[in-house]
Ligand binder design. Structure first.
Ligand code: TRP
Length: 469
C-alpha cells in the first residue's frame, strides 16, 4: 500500500454499520454487562451493606450514567467516526476548538489499560470454568475438614501460577481479536446475537435455582432492597457513582465507537434506556443469584473481590447439583466479559484503521497484540513481578486505579461538559430528536450541572482518599 493512499476511510462504509436497532442494543448492552455486573457489583454491595447502597447506585445510573451514555452515543453518531475524529469533525463543523479530541485520546488510552487487566480477570473466569467442568466444585473426601482451605487454595494457586494466568489472558485476547477482526456486522454483531440472549437465559436460570433451592431468597431480597441508611457512608456513595460509570461502559468513548455505526432513524434516548435497563437488570439478578447461595452456607457477603472466586465456589460445592450450576455460572461470567472486551478493542481498531489505513483484521491483530503484551505485566503482577510497584501499587492495581478512579470519571466529566456546554443545542437537537422537549431539557440540565459536579466529587475522593469517610 503506497503512501499516497491516504484517502480518509469512510468508516460507516468500511463496516456497513449495525444491521438493526436491536443489534446495536444487544452489542451495547453486551458491552455494559460484564465483570462489573457479576464480579464487582455483588461484592461492593456486600461490602457496603446492601439495600441503601443499591438504591444510591440506581439513582446514580438514572441521573448520571444514563444521560452520559446517551451523550456518548449521540456524539458518535453525529461524528460518524472514531472517537478522536468525532471531536475533530464536530469542531470543524460547529466552529469550536478541535482540542476536545483530547477526550478521544484519553478514551483510547483508557481502553488500552482497562482491556489489559480486564482480560486477565476474564481469564480467571475461563480457568474457573475449567475447574467447574473438571469437578473441583463437588465435594471430595478431604473436604469434611478443609473445604474452605481447598477452594481458597485454588484461587491462591491460580494467582501464583503465571502460566495459567497467561493462558487465560491469551485465550481471552485471541477470542476478542478474532471477533473484532471480522468487523461490526460479521463479528461483533454475530457474537452478541448469541451471547447476550444466552447471558439473560443463564442468569434467569441461576436466579430461579437460587430461589428454589436455598430457602434464603427472601433474605437476599431484603439484603439488596431493604435500605438501611445507617450503613451508608460518603465513601460508599462515591463507590456507587464510580461503579455506575464503569458498569455502563461510559467515559472512555467505547459507546461512542458503537454509536458511530448507528442508523439515523434510531431514537437514542430510548436505546440508552434499554441498554442501561438491561445492564441494571443483569446486575440485580447477579446479586439475587449469588446472595441466596452465599447466605445458605452462613458465608458473608462482604468478602470483597474473592466473592465469586472463593466464597461462591465454596457454596457451590455444597449445594445440590453444584457442579452443574458452577459450570453455568462461570460460562456466564466468561461470556459477559467477552462481550465487554470486544467493545474495548473496537474504538482502538476504529481509530487505527483510519490512521494507518490498514485492513481491519490486521489492525485488530496489531492493537490486540500490544494489549496482550501489556496484559502480561498485569498477570505477572500477582507473582513474578509483584515486587514491581510504581506509585506503591502493582501493575494490575495501578491500571485498575488509574482507569476506574481517574480516567473514566475524567472522561465522563469532559463528555458531559462538551455535550452540555460546548456544543450548541442546535447541533445536539438534530441527533436527539424524537424525545419530548421536557426530557431534552432535563437531559441538558443533568449534563450541565449534576453530572460534572457529582463526578468532580468522585475524582476528588480518588485523589484524596479518606476525605469523605
Ligand atoms: N461495563 C463493563 C463491565 O461492567 C466494563 C467496562 C468499563 C467496559 N468500560 C468499558 C466495557 C468500556 C467495554 C468498554 O464489566
Amino acid at each position: 500500500m503506497g503512501t499516497q493512499s491516504h484517502a480518509p476511510v469512510e468508516q460507516a462504509d468500511a463496516n456497513a454499520g449495525w444491521s438493526s436497532r436491536l443489534a446495536f442494543i444487544l452489542a451495547a448492552a453486551g458491552s455494559a454487562v460484564g465483570l462489573g455486573n457479576v464480579w464487582k457489583f455483588p461484592y461492593i454491595t456486600g461490602e457496603n451493606g446492601g439495600g441503601a447502597f443499591v438504591l444510591v447506585y440506581l439513582v446514580c445510573i438514572a441521573v448520571i450514567g444514563l444521560p452520559i451514555l446517551a451523550a456518548e452515543i449521540m456524539l458518535g453518531r453525529r461524528g460518524k467516526a472514531n472517537p478522536v475524529q468525532v471531536f475533530v469533525k464536530l469542531g470543524e463543523e460547529e466552529q469550536i476548538s478541535t482540542n476536545w479530541q483530547g477526550i478521544g485520546w484519553m478514551g483510547l488510552l483508557c481502553s488500552f489499560f482497562i482491556l489489559s487487566f480486564y482480560s486477565v480477570v476474564a481469564g480467571w473466569a475461563l480457568v474457573y470454568l475449567w475447574h467447574s467442568i473438571s469437578g473441583q466444585f463437588s465435594l471430595q473426601p478431604s473436604d469434611a475438614t478443609g473445604l474452605a482451605e481447598r477452594i481458597g487454595g485454588l484461587f491462591d494457586s491460580l494467582l501464583a501460577n503465571p502460566g495459567l494466568l497467561l493462558a487465560g489472558h491469551t485465550l481471552v485476547m485471541m477470542a476478542t481479536i478474532f471477533i473484532v477482526a471480522r468487523g461490526i456486522r460479521g463479528g461483533v454483531e454475530k457474537a452478541v446475537r448469541i451471547m447476550v440472549p444466552g447471558l439473560l437465559l443463564i442468569i434467569f436460570g441461576l436466579v430461579v435455582y437460587a430461589a428454589a433451592s436455598t430457602g434464603e431468597f427472601g433474605n437476599a431480597v431484603s439484603f439488596m432492597f431493604n435500605p438501611d441508611f445507617s450503613k451508608l457512608t460518603w465513601n460508599a456513595v462515591l463507590i456507587a457513582l464510580g461503579h455506575a460509570f464503569f458498569t455502563l461502559s461510559v467515559g472512555m468513548c467505547a459507546m461512542m465507537a458503537y454509536g458511530s455505526f448507528l442508523d439515523r432513524s434510531v431514537n437514542i434516548g430510548k436505546a440508552a434506556f434499554a441498554i442501561a435497563g438491561l445492564d441494571t437488570l443483569i446486575a440485580l439478578m447477579a446479586g439475587l443469584a449469588i446472595f441466596p447461595i452465599v447466605f445458605a452456607h452462613q458465608l458473608t457477603p462482604g468478602e470483597g473481590p474473592g466473592l465469586v472466586f472463593v466464597t461462591l465456589p465454596i457454596a457451590f460445592t455444597e449445594v445440590p447439583g453444584g457442579t452443574f450450576v458452577s459450570i453455568f455460572f462461570f460460562l456466564f461470567l466468561a461470556m459477559a466479559a467477552l462481550t465487554s472486551s470486544i467493545s474495548m478493542l473496537e474504538p482502538l481498531v476504529e481509530y487505527m484503521e483510519y490512521r494507518c489505513n490498514w485492513s481491519r483484521p490486521r489492525t485488530a491483530i496489531v492493537t490486540g497484540t500490544i494489549i496482550w503484551v501489556l496484559g502480561i505485566g498485569c498477570a505477572l503482577a500477582f507473582n513474578l513481578w509483584s515486587g514491581f510497584t510504581p506509585f506503591g501499587k502493582n501493575l494490575f492495581d495501578l491500571f485498575d486505579w488509574l482507569t476506574q478512579s481517574i480516567l473514566l470519571p475524567m472522561g465522563g466529566m469532559l463528555i458531559s461538559i462538551y455535550a452540555g456546554w460546548i456544543l450548541s443545542r442546535k447541533a445536539i437537537a438534530r441527533e436527539m430528536e424524537g424525545g419530548t422537549a421536557i426530557t431534552f431539557s432535563v437531559w441538558i440540565f443533568l449534563m450541565r450541572f449534576i453530572a460534572p459536579l457529582a463526578i468532580a466529587l468522585v475524582l476528588v475522593n480518588s485523589l484524596f482518599p479518606g476525605l469523605f469517610s
